[in-house]
Design a protein around this ligand. Sequence first.
Ligand code: MF3
Ligand code: CO
Ligand code: CO
Length: 275
Amino acid sequence: MNYVEAANAPLRKNGQIKIYGPEAFEGMRRAGQLAARILDAIAELVKPGITTAAIDDLVYEMTTQAGALSATMMYRGYRYAVCTSINHVVCHGMPSDKPLREGDIVNCDVTVILDGWYGDSSRMYAVGEISRKAERLIEVTYDSMMLGIEAIKPGGHIGDIGAAIQEFVEPQRMSVVRDFCGHGVGRVFHDEPNILHFGTRGEGPKIVPGMIFTVEPMINLGKPHVKVLSDGWTAVTRDRSLTAQFEHSLGVTETGVEIFTLSPKGYHKPPYNIP
Ligand code: MF3
Ligand code: CO
Ligand code: CO
């Protein structure tokens, strides 16, 4: 895998890993903070009876209000400003008029484009009281993402991230989804490198300062296998077990990482303490 100054690279995925400078980090900070502010607002909206279409409206409104665009609307035929993935839906769930019910867990995944920069982040939300096993799944998934992020060190390898996640998740009798991965991000939605959420330390591309990518593990209570429904988007667990995901966009610094999509209100890990 080779590396190129982002400023000299074509504005598309071309098999090279882009290395970004300070202006890019500033752009990603602003886009990331908008995505995070929208995810904070969703935390205050989600309760039994709310529809995922209402979440989509909120995301669309806040995105437009900020002078940004939704990266997902019109993306390969997707028509919504957010993915809303409920219970056994792994990712790419589409908003609908069906109300959320007490006990549901839902991932909301928002990607905005602000001044050309893509801010991509997702969190889990509990609808009212949820089961103990759903709470445990959400906690393990969040902690796995943060362990993956903590494994990012200049001089290390992308495989270190997946290894940290897998080694934490599997002993707890949960599984890591293999069919979707994190990705380079910047002025392109899905760029090099792929960030697998399982793997082997020391393998994969070298981690260097200036890389920008997402970490977004999907963790299942059952087997790791998924299938995509006939709508072409909704990915579900094959065994219909509960699944969860969190996602941050981040940049590699000289010493570690800067997370662009941290919650301004401190809604990091459920239960969010909504005032
Ligand atoms: N936000 C997702 C990701 O993390 C991609 C969603 S694409 C969509 O990469 F079309 F389903 F919205
Ligand atoms: Co992503
Ligand atoms: Co996303």
